[in-house]
Design a protein. Sequence first.
Length: 178
Amino acid sequence: MKYLAKRLKMYYAFGPNIKIGLGSFGNGILSRYPIVKKNNYYLTSTGERRGVLSVLIELDSYRKMWFLTTHLGLNSKERVIQSQEILKIIKRLDYPVILTGDFNETPENEAYSIINHVLADGAFSANSDYYSYLDGDEPVRIDYIMHSNDISVESIKAVDCNLSDHFPVIASVRCNFD
């Protein structure tokens, strides 16, 4: 993350969830705007440790927003617990919120539905039908950009590339400050 941030001239935060030797695996955030607060929360995990990284981003001297990213577990019951834990974190936040991540499930599943009761799905907000992963030959959407009601998503799409088994999801968003 530090290398990417330096090369891109961006601010960054990294939330390690697993340490192996001298390295770590976890969630990362790059921002064009200053990151003024960072928290990495471990989520209940039965297998590989999972977490949610949250940062408070200062857009200017008057406006801030929370940006969170996660990678939920592979077990559906585990994901339900993790989504409930994420909502407890989100409910304490005092600025607009964006949550991104690999939920490892489609919109028909329970963990997604739990989060979607509090945060809107950017795909529905922008009337997009992107997919972010190929399950065999079947395209599915398991990577999301969710947002609070004070954020509007103007566009959202996945970029077809072969750098990962998931396609990057990008969105154009606007904070609706009072």
